[in-house]
Structures are given as C-alpha cells and as structure tokens.
Ligand binder design. Structure first.
Ligand code: HEM
Length: 330
C-alpha cells in the first residue's frame, strides 16, 4: 500500500500496476506465444475485412445518452469484421467468436469506438483468466499444437470461461458476418442531458437474421468464405443491424462480461447501422484503426469492468508493435 502511494505520488503507478492483474506487456506476450507473430498485423483478430456505412439513430437513445451518436443525424462509420485469434490462416469454420469493430465519425468530435463479439458472454471475468487461457493455448514444442491437458486444466480452474465455451460448443459459427449479432458484453453507463445515468449493455441485431453453419457445412466448409460472402452481400445491397440497448436494473452485474443479465430486462431499439461497401483489409480503410473501446466521448462512460479497463492499453501496444513492423498496417 505504502509503495503504491509512493509510486502514485511520483506518477509512476501505471493503470496495469494498480490493477494488479497481468500487465499489457504480459497479455500481448502471452497472445504472441499462443498464436505467433505476423509482422505488421494485429496480435488478435488478425483475419478481418473492412466495411463502411452509416449509423442513424431513431430518437429513442437520447433519453438515455447525450452522445451525438443519438442525435438522429447520419454518422459515418468505419467497420472491421474479424475472426478472433491471431493465426492468419485459421479456417473460417473455427468455433471462435467473430468480431465487429465500429468507429463512428462524430462531426467535430473525437470518434466513438465499439469493439464487440458474436457471443453473448465473454470467456473471462478478468484479464488474468484471458492471460491464463493464452498460456494454455501456447503450442507444445513436441506437437506444435496446444497441449490438451493444459487446456483441460485451464477450463477446470477457470469457471468464468465456461459460459462462453458452452455457447461456442452448442452454437455453430455464423454463415456470414452479416448473419450474426454482435454484443458489447461489457456494461457501460449512458449519461443523458439531465446527467441521469443508466447501466446499459447492447447488441447489434442483424436484419439478415441469425443464420449458423449446418453440421455438414461446418465439416466441409472452405477455409476462407467470410470475406467473400461479405463482399458479395454488400454488392447486393445495404446490410443492416439494429442497435438494441438492454437496460440494467439495480443489482445487475456491472463489472463482469462473463455473466449474462437475466432475459427479462427491458430492451430498446435506438437506431440502425447500414453498411454499403466492403473491402479486403489490405486495401481498406480499417487496417490502421485501433478500435479502442474506451474512446467513447461525452454521454457514454465505461464501468470499472477490469477486462474493459485492460483493453485500451493492450490494443495500443498491439498497434505500436504492428506499426513498428510495417508502414502498411493491416
Ligand atoms: C483482457 C481481454 C482482452 C485482450 C487482452 C484483448 C486483446 C486484443 C488485441 C491485442 C487485439 C488487437 C488490437 C489491434 O492490434 O488493434 C484485439 C482486437 C479485438 N478485440 Fe480484444 N481483447 C480482450 C477482450 C475483448 C473483448 C471483451 C471483446 C469484445 C467485447 C474483444 C473484441 C475485440 C475485437 C472485435 C477486436 C478486433 C478489433 C479490430 O478489428 O481491430 N476483445 N483484442
């Protein structure tokens, strides 16, 4: 305690030190050891596709947040869809989350970022569990693959991983990026013009419906189809998702993305995301974007969720490493 006080007075206690979990450096190193390093590219969610479009609010969100996102004006959006994990050749049939990063370009303001995944809960209540998961996934030098015993031991000793693992085991991956929901997972505090605070989680719900790969498609599917399907889908016409808020009640879990809220919470649709074009990330507008989920602007505040709080520094470090390796960050 005394040491922390001294470091704080010297301005030397970093957020990760104060958090007492793994540092950003330790998290990135564990991710690199699990998946390897592809120079110039993201350490996680490496496989991805860029898209662009707009978000238009319908008026309902302004009751909860004074963010310009809910003004009703069309807000330009840069999006990046991705497959979780750091292996560039991982097949698109992998039972992993799909990701959606959104950067809303609010006029005259700093942007607002969201980085979400396709499972309704996360596989870690704390950065420590995420770190230990990466350690367990590190390839065994003898086989070049994760040691199944280490993975089993990780799961047995980290109950906060179980809800997401069970979801992934019982729900086949989506047919296309366009046929999946994407969840905030973390809770955030929406602040309105009267400074009233509402605890909120959110979901982007696809107009194309939730469609998952059949068992046959999963067994025989090609390794790469997610990008192609998105490019084709946007050529056919706009692809849309509704943004639906779930309103927390007093006592709802605020700081743990591995725990779902009860099903009966009030849900409010506050606007629509419309994507009109997609491009491979090598040619796209999203490669150099860091979808730091703590860049929120006025009207939306983070909670103290330790996973949410850890992400900003880790994404910054991943960006620093990939941009130092290549001038064309992808
Ligand atoms: C301690 C927990 C986590 C760690 C250590 C972690 C780590 C990372 C890293 C290193 C990247 C690459 C960043 C870059 O180079 O720009 C990344 C990307 C991403 N993460 Fe996480 N992450 C964590 C939790 C989460 C959670 C809870 C979500 C969803 C709610 C999430 C969703 C994403 C998405 C969608 C991307 C891709 C963003 C893009 O397209 O650039 N991550 N993560």
């Amino acid at each position: 305690m005394a040491l922390v006080a001294v470091l704080l007075s010297l301005g030397l206690a970093t957020a990760s030190f104060a958090r007492s979990g793994p540092t950003a450096e330790q998290l990135i190193t564990a991710i690199e050891n699990a998946f390897g390093i592809t120079p110039g590219q993201r350490r996680n969610h490496i496989k991805g596709t860029c898209a662009t479009g707009v978000f238009v609010a319908n008026g309902n969100g302004a009751r909860f947040s004074r963010s310009p996102l809910f003004s009703g004006r069309a807000v330009p959006v840069v999006a990046r869809f991705s497959l979780a994990g750091g292996k560039p050749k991982a097949p698109d049939t992998t039972r992993n989350p799909r990701g959606l990063g959104l950067q809303f370009q609010l006029s005259g303001e700093q942007p607002l970022n969201m980085a979400m995944i396709s499972t309704p809960v996360f596989g870690a209540a704390t950065p420590r569990t995420f770190h230990d998961n990466m350690i367990a996934l590190a390839p065994d030098p003898a086989t070049g693959k994760p040691n199944p015993e280490a993975v089993k031991a990780f799961r047995a000793s980290h109950p906060d991983n179980q809800a997401q693992s069970a979801f992934l085991a019982t729900n086949n991956p989506p047919v296309s990026y366009a046929t999946s929901s994407y969840y905030s997972l973390h809770a955030f505090r929406f602040i309105n013009r009267a400074n009233r605070s509402t605890l909120v989680r959110w979901q982007f719900v696809p107009h194309d419906g939730e469609q998952r790969l059949t068992a046959e498609a999963l067994a025989s599917g090609p390794a790469n189809f997610l990008e192609q399907r998105l490019l084709e889908r946007t050529k056919q016409g706009p692809v849309k998702w509704d943004l639906v808020l779930t309103l927390g009640r007093p006592g709802d879990v605020e700081n743990d993305p591995s725990v779902a809220w009860p099903e009966d919470r009030t849900r409010v649709t506050v606007g629509t995301l419309t994507l009109t074009a997609a491009t491979p990330q090598a040619d796209g507008s999203c490669g150099a974007v860091v979808f730091d989920p703590l860049v929120l602007g006025d009207g939306i505040q983070p909670t103290d969720d330790p996973v949410l709080q850890a992400r900003s520094e880790v994404y910054g470090l991943s960006y620093a490493r990939r941009s130092a390796e290549s001038s064309a960050v992808r």
